[in-house]
Design a protein around this ligand. Sequence first.
Ligand code: NAP
Length: 212
Amino acid sequence: MSGGGEGRGDISVGIMGGTFDPIHYGHLVTAEAARCEFKLDVVVFVPSGRPPHKKGYEVSSPRDRYIMTSLAVATNPYFEVSSIEIEREGPSYTIDTVREFRAKYGEEARLFFITGADATLEILTWKDANELLRLCSFIAATRPGYGLSRIQAGVRELQSRSPNRVYTLEVPALAISSTDIRRRVREDRPIRYLLPESVENYIMKMGLYKKV
Ligand code: NAP
């Protein structure tokens, strides 16, 4: 991200946060649905550098995830990729990212952090959660029917603390998951049509996800 303080009036910006290991059509459909529904001027994908909460599997290198994300968004003029979390030292806290976006786009900008519903329901446990909810709104993406009552209860609780700050978005394409894609590669099963061909080619060329 370039310099700070260049306020841009009432611009609406989507910040698409995720590990993106790998990015797939579920993520891309989510970003496009959020852009249209919330009238966003741009959606910036922010691959997380060192996820503070990831346990149980080795995440691919930030560089590989950044390259795959860049390949995936290249054909949409409203999509951009940011390397801020990859370049920042230490764990990737969302509050640091949102502060940088606020500084870049100014006080008047409307910021929407878009991510999976499960992650969104945890935001009260994230670093500086109250400031986070003051600085931006959240769009919790979920697939239809998936634990909806639990998610709605959690979202209602968040909304009661921070009115007009948390929204849900149902995305059927989120049936696709990064975990499933990694497993398929490991088992030599097809991943075609689950993610852009350019990303599939990169995974094969670099030999990602072959090891357990
Ligand atoms: P995760 O726990 O790996 O993902 C939870 C679920 O959400 C998975 O089903 C995942 O599917 C889906 N998902 C992830 N990103 C998505 C997106 N942008 N759009 C739609 N669905 C998405 O979540 P994560 O990727 O590690 O973290 C999500 C974001 O929250 C990241 O930006 C992370 O930095 C942030 N976060 C911040 C803190 C903190 O500041 N303390 C703590 C936790 C998370 P796939 O596996 O298919 O992607």
